[in-house]
Design a protein around this ligand. Sequence first.
Ligand code: ADP
Length: 432
Amino acid sequence: MFNRLIFKKQQLTFMFLNLIAFTVIFTIFSIIIFSQVQNTLFSKTDEELLSFKERLTGNNPESLRLPPKEGNLNPPARTDERQKGMLNPRMIVIHWDGSGNILNEDEIGTLFYENYLESYTLDKTNLNEITMTKISDLYHFRYILFEDQNDQDQTVFTQLMVNVDAEQTIIANFEKLIIICSVIFIVLSISASFILSRKMMKPIIHSWNKQAEFVENASHELRTPLTIIQNKLELLLTVPQERIADRFENIALSLSETRRLSKLTSDLLTLARADSAETQIIKQSIHLDSFIENICAPYQEIAESQEKHFTLSCQSPFTIEADETRLHQLVVILLDNALKYTGENDRISVKTYTEDLKAVIEVSDTGIGIRDENIGHVFDRFYREDKARTRETGGMGLGLSIAQWIVSMHDGTIQVKKNQPAGSIFIVKLPK
Ligand code: ADP
């Protein structure tokens, strides 16, 4: 229940973070596109405004001289410019005198002047800068206002304006589109964040559960021998006058449980260190055949003492790069199991050979074997096919997990197969 709450909280955090990340990306993306569209739409108009201003003020200043207010309002020079067809028909040129009166009403056109410009006033705030304005609160214009001189060298102002209603409509529509897209995007990103956060939580929940299961199994395995030892020792305390020889069984059992505990704690430590990636392997050149022969020697003797047939066939006369201690541990785990799960007259066979440029160590036996449905679980921690039986043999289901970890640390593979007619075969492949 408590875990579930933690997971839910964590999932919400992930979801929230994903949502923020999506939103930030989308917002930046929208801002870039929006400003890009805006710039592109206005860039041509702005160019025209600037180049026309350039021509009015730079190229032929004489011909562009402006008349005094009471003089001729249509200077021939500007008319010439228009006749040359070089002026955008959307361009409106307004000449202002210093006190804010329009000098070229006639040129602008009576209709436009009377309807829209009569109430329009000179605004010198953004002198020489391209600016947006609205006329009659309805029509959008882009303009540039700059200082000019008339024929009498009086300072006047020229304002070049271009109607940009079409562009403004495109921008307004685009704005609407972005808002609609944002709403759709938010809905989509909420769903995507939810799905993603669930996906992110899956491996976390999985390893959390595995860890919890591991701790539970470990405590259970530790408790059993501890209880046995405690009981046996308490029993001994009730008969202090008795001799050790009389209570030999109790002491021997306690000792064997202590050994079990010691093996269990060292296995647990190995796996815990493997999980935290604390254990580094130190590779060195190992002559595989002589290495295997050395490990097998005592096992051969044990097998013979148990009336089992042990055969060894080494055909890997080369060296491999491996951690000697870990490789030793790996082979011992497989040999221990072969001995544990075989009976009298069974055969245990160890082979080394080369396959697909890999060094192969094969440990097979004709023992009890592993049932088909359990074969996939033998490398799981604490997995024992027959708990009652393996307790007799001293197994705790950690050996093959450690073996698998050792093999993976060497970039190799470990595989288990059924032996014919009975028993199992463990095949370890290591890079040469
Ligand atoms: P254990 O210490 O219990 O042997 P392992 O991890 O080494 O733990 O093995 C896990 C389980 O796989 C064993 O409990 C046993 O059921 C099965 N197993 C392993 N090796 C063999 C084998 N050679 N023959 C039959 N069963 C085996």
